[in-house]
Design a binder for this molecule. Structure first.
Ligand code: NAD
Length: 498
């Protein structure tokens, strides 16, 4: 059986806890590897390596740091096939989707290649007599990222791409469910010329997370995962004086106005609801058709599309989605389907009991469709994170707008319409952080910024773009005076600009 070790100071390192997690192949349901689960001492070892490496890395000029990022990007691209296959084998998403996962991460690395420009400070000449003021962005030191299972390449790169480019050393605590790609990224960073100790990968569970949250040398923590844990990480990290950004769960709505291009909207909703088995924080698990006519048409067309949807193993190029990540997650999704039925929603297509020939023990869930879902239902309020699409019918634009606005989560939302004015008004008024107009999965490009609202994010800076640069740096402002001479004088009054 393959052992997955920590990656500390540039080497594979055994843990000291004696604890291991099972890494499954979700296609077969078999354990394919054991991953070390860190003790506090293992985490401390990584922090020490990072503390040693960081000052030298920070003193390396930004252009040289960017060159390492360029080379890292080249190496990841060259290994794309190997990395995508490895990612799919542990996560269960199809290969094309794994490539997308890696590619979206690389786009943040591309942004990080331009870090010298992003780090330029501000300067005011002559703020007073002989006085100039300038500001600079300096790295925080050692920072950490804690990532979820569903994007094991993209989300680590969102974080370490920028954190490292600005001069920090990074400790990545990836999901213990699919830890291999994060380790490969660490190795490739070294191969690209990154110094040992600048990017460390420490595997683990709550023990490792708590060790990060309590370690005095870790200055900032970025977290992405489910909302309750995001809130815990935010509160605990902040109580320990750290800068924290913590992204949580989601329940994104796709609003379909009666004038929408339905051919396109239905294709978009299908991909966004069922792609990656619904295990995306920007998935669209709720569709809100406006008006009875649109609702009937949407339901009919979705049914027809579901009939031709192909679920298969993650290596099958003709499959649209693969298994979910674990047996426990499969059970959770199936329990939600039962609950939806019990609380009175109409179960139009039931994906439970789906079996793929030859892979009977795989963690597969068939596409599921509910109609007549109501906002008071638990299955509407909570995140299911599986291939389950819920139709919530609305009679008007205002009613449709109220659903995502009143929902506890506020990550993403999409509106499908040909009416620019309606789309504009929707985008302006909806209480959600990322909005798509005829775009089903509005994950912003790397040089913009990613972040939800309400229970979808705790903390006030987003991932990547200039917000990422801001999160991983602190600003120092220098006020410098070079007087011409004359008599020295003391002033006991706060200096002002007259
Ligand atoms: P998760 O919350 O179970 O795990 C996330 C991380 O927290 C992992 O590294 C895990 O090891 C750690 N963790 C798990 N239990 C913990 C505990 N009790 N204490 C401390 N740490 C703990 O999330 P997941 O199942 O890996 O990922 C899916 C969730 O992530 C979904 O809710 C999804 O919406 C969310 N997500 C959000 C975004 C976003 O940007 N908002 C992006 C991707 C995923």
């Amino acid at each position: 059986m393959r052992d997955i070790q920590h990656f500390i100071a540039g080497s594979a390192v055994d843990g000291t806890s004696g604890r291991f997690g099972d890494v499954y192949d979700p296609n077969t349901g078999e354990v394919q590897a054991k991953v070390a689960l860190a003790s506090e001492a293992d985490l401390d070892r990584a922090v020490k390596a990072a503390l040693t490496a960081q000052p030298i890395w920070a003193a390396t000029n930004p252009q040289r740091r960017a060159r390492v990022m360029f080379e890292f990007k080249r190496l990841v691209e060259a290994r794309m096939d190997e990395l995508a296959a490895l990612l799919s084998s542990e996560h269960g998403k199809v290969i094309a989707d794994s490539r997308g996962d890696i590619q979206r991460g690389l786009e943040v690395i591309e942004f990080a290649c331009g870090i010298p420009h992003a780090l330029k400070g501000e300067y005011t000449e002559g703020a007073g007599p002989g006085i100039d003021v300038y500001s600079m962005r300096q790295p925080l030191g050692v920072v950490a990222g804690i990532t979820p299972f569903n994007f094991p390449a993209m989300i680590p790169m969102w974080m370490f791409g920028i954190a490292i480019a600005v001069g920090n050393a990074f400790i990545l605590k990836p999901s213990e469910k699919d830890p291999s790609v994060p380790v490969r990224l660490g190795e490739l960073f070294m191969e690209a010329g990154g110094p040992a100790g600048v990017l460390n990968v420490v595997h683990g569970d709550k023990v490792a997370v708590d060790a990060i949250l309590h370690h005095p040398a870790i200055k900032a923590v970025s977290f992405v995962g489910s909302s309750d844990i995001a809130q815990y990480v935010y509160a605990t990290g902040a109580a320990n004086g750290k800068r924290v950004q913590a992204m949580g769960g989601a329940k994104n709505h796709g609003i379909i106005l009666p004038d929408a291009d339905l051919d396109q909207a239905i294709k978009d909703i299908m991909g966004a609801a069922y792609g990656s088995a619904g295990e995306r924080c920007m998935a669209l698990p709720v569709v809100v058709p406006v008006g009875a006519k649109a609702a009937g048409e949407v339901r009919k067309r979705l049914l027809a599309e579901i009939e031709t949807l192909k679920v298969g193993v993650s290596s099958d190029p003709s499959a649209q989605y693969g298994p979910v990540v674990s047996a426990a997650h499969k059970k959770k999704i199936e329990d939600y389907i039962q609950l939806g039925k019990d609380e009175g929603a109409e179960l139009v297509v039931d994906g439970r009991g789906f079996k793929l020939q030859g892979y009977e023990n795989g963690f597969f869930v068939g596409p599921t469709l509910f109609d007549q879902v109501k906002p008071e239902m638990t299955t509407y309020k909570e995140e299911i994170f599986g291939p389950v699409l819920q139709i919530v019918r609305a009679d008007s634009f205002e009613e449709a707008l109220s659903y995502p606005t009143k929902h506890a989560y506020g990550n993403g939302v999409a509106i499908f319409t040909r009416n620019g004015r309606a789309a504009r008004e929707f985008a302006s008024r909806v209480d959600v952080g990322m909005v798509g107009v005829n775009v089903p999965i509005p994950v912003p490009v790397a040089y913009h910024t990613f972040g939800g609202w309400k229970r979808s994010a705790f903390g006030d800076t987003n991932q990547h773009g200039m917000e990422g640069v801001k999160f991983y740096t602190k600003v120092k402002t220098v006020t410098a005076r070079w007087p011409e001479g004359g008599e020295a004088d003391s002033s006991f009054v706060i200096p002002t600009m007259k």
